[in-house]
Each structure stands twice: as structure tokens, then as C-alpha cells.
Design a protein around this ligand. Structure first.
Ligand code: PLP
Length: 427
């Protein structure tokens, strides 16, 4: 595989952009490779600057559930741009997408659009603090909620990959209000609450952790969080930036039947354009400026192109049998990879919820960050590089989720399984 053009672009990029990339995991550092520069993607195929094609399981880190360049989305965005790309004034499109989100997500009665998942979680936390008049928050080790200061504490994703859970530049005074519990361990939550009686504003959780690999909630975990929050007057926030419209049309809260007080969204609701959103109960959301005093704003919030891409994407997700088809394809792939590892005698622990999955390079059950951290990241890196050579584009870190799209067909799934079989055998 020739990657001379990507290598040359990476050399140039490093001169002008820190580390050569605009988001750290893209640099492929933890897998000991140079990043591929991408020039286009259509369906489930992504093409690099040297014209190599790969089957894509990154899907822009989650948004591309329809695959890339779905014609209906492309057409709608083209039409929208001809009417102007940003007005800084309200549009009907914002009401349309807000309605669609409210109809879909059980906990959301009102919603505000922002431009990224980070903004969504940061703003949701400010609102929860304003609502409760309390300062402390609880998050879970290995869960990533974007890069706001308060949330860069024991974060997963890139922070886990690089082993710098607490970033330099985050003031101690800010981090001290972030308490960290263990995912899937209600005891660790209760303990923190007992030690900080009447001081905790909110618990923020990825209902299916997707930023330490994919870690589903154990039985009773989300229900337990709900009941703790009810009895302690704490706002429960589900960060569904990744899981929203991904594991079910109504997100993880629909799948597991547990309704938080607030929800954050992003990725899919922007159809590949920069979008985030946060929403929840009316009595909380009404405290937001200008109807209330909790300030939040954005020049490009509710951007008409992003709203259009989101609306068209959500319409397509409503097609009969969409999630059933995605489930079938994803199951076949995850089962195939598990079986490929088994037949090669290679120990892995496979997790999957719908079209989110992770192949952990460990024989331990993974249920939280300490168990995820038992993975053999060197073996994963070798596997990643071999898969890439065979035309399979996986997320360049052990601690990320792989995404299947509706554009993946049987042929691509079988090709991926065959590639995995030979890579496991070669490890
Ligand atoms: N929350 C979760 C669960 C995420 O997975 C991410 C990003 O991957 C974010 C928040 C941050 O979103 P963004 O990268 O759009 O700021």
C-alpha cells in the first residue's frame, strides 16, 4: 500500500498545525503509524490522498450512520446553501429539528442547539448547577464528555489513549468540583454522594460508555443512578452524543427504558455537520437565557446547513426496519470477529450494543475503566496496522468504539471478517 502523499501532507501539516491534526486521536500515535489524509468518502468506503480505498468503521467518530454522502442529505444541503449558510437569526429549520428531537427522545421536552458535543455537555452542566444551586458534579472514570475543563478529569477517548487523564491547563480549582465514580459501580456513586451531602448538582454518564471502547451498562446500573438522583435531588444527565439516534431512534434511554432529567446530543443529529444539542425537562430548560438567567449562546448555533443535514438524516432513520437491518449487519460482524479470534486461538473480549462495538485485546470481562485498561494495547496496535494494510479502517486506538453504518453490505462485512481472521492468526 502506497501512502507517500499522506506522509508528505503529514509532514506539511506538522509545520502549521500542532501535531499535524485538529483532534489528537487522528494522529495515529497510539498505533505507531502515520495518519492517512482523507480526500473523500462515499457509502462505507473512505479514500485516502494516495487513492487507497478502505472499509470505514470510524464513520467520522459516529455521525455517519447512513454512510458517507447519502444522496438525500447531500441534495438537501446543496439546496440549503443556496439560500445562505448562516444568518445569526432564528429559522424554521430549528423548530423542525427541535420537534423531531423532542418526539424521539423520551426525556427531552425542550432543546437548545449548539455546535459540538463539548458545548452541549458543558452547557448542560452549567444549567444543572444553576437549577440546583450546587457546584459539584459526578462523572465516571473512562467516560468522555468533550474537552471542557470540568470534564477533562479521568476522561476516556484521546485522554485515555495518551494516558493524560488530567490535562495541564485545567485549574485545580475547577477539577476539584468534579468527582469521579466507577462505571457500573453504584456503590462508588453512593459513597461520593454521602461524602458530599447536598453538594452534588448532577451525575453525567454515557449510558453506554463509548470512549473506553464500548462498555454496556450492567443490569440495574442506569436504574440505580435514576433512583439515587431522585432521592438526592440530583440532575441525571445522559450524555447521548454518541448513543443518541445510534442504538435506537430514541437513544440509549429508549433502549434501556430509563429516563434522565437532561440529555446531550451531537454527532448523528448533525448528519456530519458540526452540531450538538442539550435538552430536558421544561422546568430546567426554561432557566436558560433568555427565558432564564443561565447564560449560553453561539454564533453558529442552529446553523441552517447543519439543521438541514440533521433533519434529512433523522427522516432517513425513520424508514421501516432501519435499526433492525443495522442490528443484523452489526451482529454478523461482531460475531464474525469473535469467531475469527477464537479459531486463531487469540483471546479477546467483544462488546456490542447495536451498531457500536469494540474488540478488547484482553481475556478479562470489561465493565469499567480498570478492566478496559488491562488490554494489550501493543497487540491492538499491531492488529490495527495489519487491518489497515488489508483495507479496513478501524479507530486508531484500543479505547474507541467502532461504528457500523447502514451502507455496510454483506460483502464488506465478510471481507472485514476474513481480514480479521488472518490478522489474528498472524499476531
Ligand atoms: N460526549 C460524548 C459521549 C462523546 O463521545 C463526545 C465526542 O466524541 C463528546 C461528548 C464531545 O463531542 P464533540 O467532539 O462534538 O465536542
Amino acid at each position: 500500500m502506497l501512502t507517500a502523499r499522506s506522509k508528505d501532507l503529514f509532514t506539511q501539516a506538522q509545520e502549521f498545525i500542532p501535531g499535524g491534526v485538529n483532534s489528537p486521536v487522528r494522529a495515529f500515535k497510539s498505533v505507531g503509524a502515520d495518519p492517512l489524509f482523507i480526500k473523500k468518502a462515499i457509502g462505507c468506503t473512505i479514500t485516502d490522498a494516495d487513492n487507497n480505498d478502505y472499509i470505514d468503521y470510524v464513520g467520522s467518530w459516529g455521525p455517519m450512520i447512513l454512510g458517507h454522502c447519502h444522496p438525500q442529505v447531500v441534495e438537501a444541503v446543496k439546496r440549503a446553501v443556496e439560500s445562505g449558510s448562516s444568518f445569526g437569526a432564528p429559522t424554521e429549520l430549528e423548530i423542525t429539528l427541535a420537534r423531531m428531537v423532542i418526539d424521539a427522545v423520551p426525556s427531552i421536552e425542550m432543546v437548545r442547539m449548539v455546535s459540538s458535543g463539548t458545548e452541549a455537555t458543558m452547557s448542560a452542566i452549567r444549567l444543572a448547577r444553576g437549577y440546583t444551586g450546587r457546584d459539584k458534579i459526578i462523572k465516571f472514570s473512562g467516560c468522555y464528555h468533550g474537552h471542557a475543563d470540568a470534564l477533562l478529569v479521568k476522561a476516556g477517548s484521546g485522554a485515555a489513549t495518551f494516558g493524560v487523564p488530567d490535562s495541564p491547563g485545567v485549574p485545580v480549582d475547577v477539577a476539584k468540583n468534579t468527582l469521579t465514580a466507577q462505571f457500573n459501580d453504584l456503590g462508588s456513586v453512593s459513597k461520593l454522594i454521602d461524602e458530599n451531602k447536598n453538594e452534588v448538582a448532577c451525575i453525567i454518564v454515557e449510558p453506554i460508555a463509548g470512549n473506553m471502547g464500548t462498555v454496556p451498562p450492567g443490569e440495574g446500573f442506569l436504574e440505580g443512578l435514576r433512583s439515587i438522583c431522585d432521592s438526592e435531588g440530583i440532575v441525571l444527565i445522559f450524555d447521548e452524543v454518541m448513543t443518541g439516534f445510534r442504538v435506537a431512534y430514541g437513544g440509549a434511554q429508549e433502549l434501556y427504558g430509563v429516563t434522565p432529567d437532561m440529555t446531550t446530543l451531537g454527532k448523528i443529529i448533525g448528519g456530519g455537520l458540526p452540531v450538538g444539542a442539550f435538552g430536558g425537562k421544561k422546568d430546567i430548560m426554561k432557566l436558560l437565557s433568555p427565558s432564564g438567567g443561565v447564560y449560553q449562546a453561539g454564533t453558529l448555533s442552529g446553523n441552517p446547513l447543519a439543521m438541514t443535514a440533521g433533519i434529512e438524516t433523522l427522516k432517513l432513520l425513520q424508514a421501516d426496519g432501519f435499526y433492525e437491518r443495522l442490528e443484523q449487519t452489526s451482529r454478523r460482524l461482531a460475531d464474525g470477529i469473535t469467531e475469527a479470534a477464537k479459531s486463531a486461538g487469540y483471546p479477546i473480549y467483544q462488546t456490542r450494543v447495536g451498531s457500536m462495538f469494540c474488540t478488547f485485546f484482553t481475556s478479562n470481562e470489561v465493565r469499567d475503566w480498570p478492566t478496559a485498561a488491562t488490554c494489550d494495547t501493543k497487540a491492538f496496535a499491531a492488529f490495527f496496522r495489519m487491518m489497515l494494510e488489508k483495507g479496513i479502517y478501524l479507530a486508531p486506538s484500543q479505547f474507541e468504539t467502532a461504528f457500523v453504518s447502514i451502507a455496510h453490505t454483506e460483502a464488506e462485512i465478510e471481507k472485514t471478517i476474513a481480514a480479521a481472521r488472518s490478522c489474528f492468526a498472524a499476531l
